[in-house]
Design a protein around this ligand. Structure first.
Ligand code: NI
Ligand code: MN
Length: 227
């Protein structure tokens, strides 16, 4: 499958003929100013929590594609009630649903989740996707948690998107342990370098993962990689 990185935690996946995007935050990211969101295709938009740096571009991308938004119950209700957006699917931790491109399981994340207008954004989550083209985990914003050890009991992962920027989420040291907990050797780093609090040394980050036999991929903003 093809992964295109749009900066911060925004990852676009092409799984067969299905386009999905995680946590779209592009217009608010100065480093992604060369990306034109009107060109982004998305049959599904998955939102890990309510913070603006994860949902800012969900409505424009949803409107232009008639996407289905998959998120927790509170954020699903917010899109239904506040935006009258009709195509949403609520999913909560522990729950799975089979979509046309594969199965999505909602898993724990340790973080917060208020919405931009102060509404309750429910609990932050991550997603594990089981598809004919491969299995992967999108961790959202989270601390390292023992709950990650549950993931490989159910799904053999081909790759995972983990936050590595520290301050708001786990940093590199913890993300290396997270990769070991989820038994995954190929990690795409997210939630780093967007603003001052989360700047990282990329070479050092790659080396920290490599020391444990894990590959850390850090595609440029707008770059596509095949996984
Ligand atoms: Ni957040
Ligand atoms: Mn965030």
């Amino acid at each position: 499958m093809k992964l295109t990185y749009y900066g911060h935690s925004t990852c676009h996946l092409e799984i067969g003929s299905t386009n999905i995007i995680f946590d779209p935050f592009i217009r608010g990211n100065e480093k992604a100013s060369h990306i034109d969101i009107s060109t982004i295709k998305a049959d599904y938009i998955l939102l890990s929590h309510g913070h603006n740096d994860h949902i800012m571009d969900a409505i424009p991308i949803a409107n232009q594609n008639e996407s289905t938004i998959i998120t927790n119950f509170e954020i699903h209700s917010w899109y239904k009630n506040k935006f009258e957006y009709p195509k949403t699917h609520p999913l909560e931790q522990g729950g799975s649903w089979k979509f046309d491109f594969g199965k999505v399981k909602c898993v724990n994340a340790i973080h917060s989740s208020s919405l931009p207008d102060g509404s309750d954004g429910g609990n932050p989550v991550g997603f594990v996707l089981d598809t004919p083209e491969g299995n992967f985990y999108f961790a959202g914003d989270t601390a390292l948690t023992m709950d990650m050890k549950l993931i490989p009991m159910f799904t053999k992962l081909d790759f995972a998107m983990l936050p590595i920027g520290d301050n708001f989420t786990m940093g590199i040291e913890e993300a290396v342990i997270a990769a070991q907990f989820i038994e995954c050797k190929k990690i795409v780093g997210i939630h780093y370098d967007t603003f001052g609090y989360i700047e990282i040394d990329k070479e050092q980050a790659r080396q920290s993962f490599a020391d444990k036999g894990i590959e850390l991929l850090l595609p440029a903003i707008g770059e596509s990689i095949t996984l």
